[in-house]
Design a protein around this ligand. Structure first.
Ligand SMILES: *Cc1c(COP(=O)(O)O)cnc(C)c1O
Length: 358
């Protein structure tokens, strides 16, 4: 499909940020966005790159009431010589379609998804920050726009992509996080929508995260909803444990989001001949490994921070200090390798990187 361009005239473009160290996360947006509409009788139409601006939405539109709404999150990285890379973007396109299917929303053409991401980045390429650790955070989103109360599948949708210039997550080096194991609330249940990026999941997680924050913790660790025993995720990231010489992560049971970073960590670990196990892991097992000294490192994985070391795990009012509260060597190694690939600095043995500026 051909994407129409309605670009903002040069003299009307926004002033760009001046200091990359003040970008933060998800606050600064570029001059343009991609939009495309859908109607049940017409399919997708009007793919367009136009000015970044507010939408007009009818107050009765379905997404505002019933959260028929999904999104993705990926990044574009600027290499040392100004090259621009994406990391496994086709996996985001596929996952977006998996989310769409579960939420009774229309599929997107995956080629068009990639084309839209690429073209939008190139239109706003002057906005991409250059420093190591900085990037464009790309947010493709689909919302149900039919004007109708009454719970039903919308007949109309809007798909859009926006770009945010984001700062280095670890400007002052790795900061191991303090994680609170939450027992009274759960993120999702079997048969639910925990394995897709549906907007409502994040609204449902806020109460537990704010409880953890009040207690002085960075994030929650979710347990499974049925037994309140098996480890699922940390906040909105996947979790890994290094026990002895094994890398253990919860298996994709249907209640865990299949992270692309998670899959990349598993692939790298196997490539390095580590023992990797995907299996249900109980929190009391984690405590036992901690007590017998075999729990070496814990880290979380996700696009925003890539790898995030866990320094403290609090379960039933007892704090486990992991690796002396410091970042472990393997955690660091996964981070360095992934970031090296993302910024085009190291070989890319799995073909994960896509250069888009040439
Ligand atoms: C997005 C997300 C992740 C991480 O997925 P990546 O593809 O690695 O960014 C993990 N858990 C949840 C709940 C998420 O929404």
């Amino acid at each position: 499909m051909k994407i129409e361009y309605h670009l903002v005239p040069e003299e009307k473009r926004k002033p760009r940020y001046t200091d990359e160290s003040e970008l933060g996360f998800g606050k600064i947006f570029t001059d343009h966005m991609f939009t495309m509409k859908f109607h049940r009788d017409r399919g997708w139409y009007e793919p367009k790159i136009g000015p970044y601006q507010s939408f007009e939405l009818d107050p009765a539109c379905i997404c505002l009431h019933y959260a028929q709404m999904i999104f993705e999150g990926l990044k574009a990285y600027c290499g040392r010589n100004g090259e621009i890379y994406l990391f496994r973007p086709w996996d985001n396109a596929k996952r977006m379609n998996k989310s769409a299917e579960r939420m009774c929303m229309p599929r997107l053409d995956e080629e068009l998804f990639l084309q839209a991401v690429k073209e939008l980045i190139l239109v706003d390429r002057e906005w991409i920050p250059k420093g190591r650790g900085t990037s464009f955070y790309i947010r493709p989103t689909m919302i149900a726009t039919e004007k109708a109360l009454g719970v039903h599948v919308s007949t109309e949708y809007l798909f859009f992509i926006i770009l945010s210039a984001v700062g280095a997550y670890y400007a002052e080096g790795f900061n191991p996080t303090k994680i609170y194991v939450i027992e009274e609330y759960t993120r999702t249940a079997p048969g639910g929508i925990g394995d897709i990026k549906a907007a409502g999941n994040y609204a449902a997680s806020l109460y537990a995260s704010s409880l953890a924050a009040k207690k002085g913790y960075t994030q929650v660790l979710w347990l499974d909803a049925v037994h309140r025993r098996f480890v699922e995720e940390v906040g909105t990231s996947n979790i890994f444990f290094i026990v002895g010489d094994e890398l253990i992560t919860p298996s994709l049971s249907g209640t865990i989001l299949p992270g692309i970073t998670r899959d990349s960590v598993i692939t790298l670990a196997k490539y390095w001949n580590m023992k990797v196990v995907e299996r249900p892991i109980a929190i009391d097992e984690v405590v036992a490994y901690y007590k017998n000294g075999s729990l070496k490192e814990v880290f979380a994985s996700g696009t925003a921070a890539v790898i995030s070391p866990v320094g403290v795990l609090c379960y039933k009012n007892e704090e486990m200090i992991i690796n002396g509260g410091k970042t472990g060597a393997l955690t660091q190694k996964f981070y360095d390798e992934l970031v090296g690939i993302q910024y085009g600095e190291t070989p890319d043995p799995f073909g994960w990187r896509v250069r888009i500026d040439n």
